[in-house]
Design a protein around this ligand. Structure first.
Ligand SMILES: [Zn+2]
Length: 247
């Protein structure tokens, strides 16, 4: 483990291209050197099979540490560029998609609470516009519609967004949020851009809203626990910070 930490530290200072090209360069140099040595020793007239075998195998073995360094280098770069976080957020989105609509609403409420809103769940869902949350922050009032989409790429259409915009204007509200665990169609996004009171929040935006770990200030992600969904520090298990969702 110590070796890997050391390697990781070493290669994260080196540009990715250098870290990956280095083992290949080592291979070529060692291969060339061994071929020259063998050619010298056998004069090129010895067993061709033996010549070929050593000229390939020996550099391959020499190549193994280099290859290892290259793997660590790629991993270190992924970490540095935040690709791990991207994978993590995909996992988090999977968790979100697996929630019941009630749990999804509570999760959305937690997101708004982290943004300083006080959120109130609306008891039943009416067929009229389907407001799921009432939000309050100082003098501001807003409504939220939640649309749970259970499959990756599950989308919300412009028709739903337009309907919700109607509810916002009818209620003379300053702000309305349409939240989904899926994505919005381009038509829906285009439409929302023309309505200043309307804000669209998709699954990835939602993850950003949750706020920070109370212990280390890293971001949090939803997880399915023994007693339902909670927000866990992304650095778990190194950090056990967590946030509970409001009941
Ligand atoms: Zn933490």
């Amino acid at each position: 483990m110590g070796v890997f930490t050391w390697l990781d530290r070493l290669v994260s200072r080196v540009p990715l291209v250098v870290a990956v090209a280095m083992p290949i360069a080592v291979f070529l140099v060692v291969d060339l050197a061994i071929q020259l040595i063998i050619l010298q020793g056998f004069g090129g007239t010895g067993s061709f099979v033996r010549w070929e075998w050593s000229a390939i195998t020996v550099p391959v073995f020499a190549f193994i540490p280099g290859y290892l360094v290259a793997i660590v280098a790629v991993a270190a770069q992924m970490k540095r560029l935040g690709w791990w976080r991207l994978l993590d957020s995909n996992r988090s989105l999977d968790t979100i998609r697996s929630l019941s609509w009630r749990e999804f609403e509570r999760l959305v409420a937690a997101g708004f609470a982290a943004k300083g809103w006080s959120a109130e769940l609306v008891g039943q869902r009416g067929p009229d516009g389907g407001t799921d949350l009432f939000l309050r922050k100082g003098k501001q009032r807003a409504i939220v519609q939640c649309k749970q989409r259970r499959f990756p790429g599950g989308y919300v259409e412009a028709r739903d967004v337009r309907e919700f915009a109607g509810v916002i204007t009818a209620g003379k509200l300053m702000k309305g949020f349409f939240v989904t665990s899926g994505v919005f169609t381009p038509e829906a996004t285009d439409f929302a851009e023309k309505v200043p009171q309307l804000e669209l929040i998709d699954g990835a935006d939602l993850l950003v809203m949750f706020g920070h770990c109370p212990k280390c200030r890293a971001s949090v992600e939803p997880k399915q626990g023994k007693y339902g969904v909670f927000l866990s520090c992304v650095r778990y298990p190194s950090c056990d910070g967590a946030l509970n969702l409001a009941a």
